[in-house]
Design a protein around this ligand. Structure first.
Ligand SMILES: Nc1ncnc2c1ncn2[C@@H]1O[C@H](COP(=O)(O)OP(=O)(O)OP(=O)(O)O)[C@@H](O)[C@H]1O
Ligand SMILES: [Mg+2]
Length: 260
């Protein structure tokens, strides 16, 4: 039997409790998380604010060390995997923290350059991704001058241009207008067809649930449920803070989450 792409075992992340100067108390931001992620699956990770989604995927991308537990990538402990950044790309929740280039084009080319593509190839890949995300007319603009949604599009373009086998997207739809969401969904659909492994953290399940093979619910740092999306939604506990997206509104006057 082949090892899963990622195997998370007993993963915990603790932080010192606020005001605890002698470090005796701690906050369990992640606690005993166990999860296998198979190659080529599209996994949605949902849960309320502060439930640990971003921390978990930062550990998965090798950007954060857990307090205990381990992550295996194709059976090898993550800290022994070289060049994971080329295998697994993470689109950050905060696009500002992902900006590295002086211009939009330079920024989008940074990832593919880092992944080992030649300068010409990196430029070509960057420009194709910028086009897909409607940023081709902003190539020479400094990224800091982009709007919030444009920065998110740029962050996505940079990661998609790397061509990683796994792409982790942290709140990809936040700040995006309707065409921006569609660009993202088209990219997700195409990557899924190519057999890429996708991990999507979102509060906006209604936008992307159709692509999901599995839905995982995180609550207060632990996994509360996981499985086929339909089954998990049927079992949703209101305290998890996740809205069942299987609702439609026929009239404008019904369009409010209050009273659902
Ligand atoms: N460096 C840190 N020090 C202390 N606590 C932290 C630190 N980083 C994260 N936390 C805490 O860990 C918890 C989980 O944070 P995380 O960012 O993973 O939540 P999230 O599920 O991604 O939430 P959101 O939906 O708001 O993005 C939060 O309560 C957060 O305050
Ligand atoms: Mg988060």
């Amino acid at each position: 039997m082949t090892a899963p792409l990622f195997r998370i075992r007993g993963l915990s992340k603790l932080f010192p409790a606020p005001g605890d100067s002698d470090g005796e108390k701690s906050v369990k931001a992640l606690w005993d998380v166990n999860l296998d992620i198979e190659q080529g699956e599209c996994l949605l990770l949902a849960g309320s604010n502060g439930s640990g989604k971003t921390l978990l995927t930062r550990c998965l991308a090798g950007l954060l060390s857990p307090s205990s537990g381990e992550i295996l990538y194709r059976g090898t402990p993550l800290d022994r995997v070289k060049k994971l950044h080329c295998e697994a790309g993470l689109i950050f929740q905060d696009p500002d923290s992902q900006i590295v280039g002086e211009t939009v084009e330079e920024d989008a080319a940074f990832g593919p350059l880092n992944a080992g593509f030649s300068k010409a190839e990196a430029k070509e890949r960057a420009n194709a991704a910028l086009k897909a995300f409607g940023l081709d007319d902003k190539r020479d603009v400094p990224p800091r001058r982009l709007s919030g949604g444009e920065k998110r599009r740029l962050a996505a373009a940079g990661i998609f241009a790397m061509g990683c086998g796994t792409v982790i997207m942290d709140e990809p739809f936040a700040n995006l207008d309707y065409p921006g969401v569609l660009s993202f969904l088209e990219a997700i659909r195409d990557m899924k067809k190519e057999g890429k492994t996708l991990v999507i953290l979102t509060h906006e399940l209604e936008k992307v649930l159709a692509f999901a093979d599995r839905l995982v619910i995180l609550h207060r740092g632990t996994i509360r449920d996981e499985g086929k999306p339909e089954a998990v939604l049927d079992r949703l506990d209101p305290s998890w803070g996740v809205r069942d997206p299987r609702r439609t509104y026929a009239k404008a006057e019904d369009c409010s989450w209050l009273g659902e």
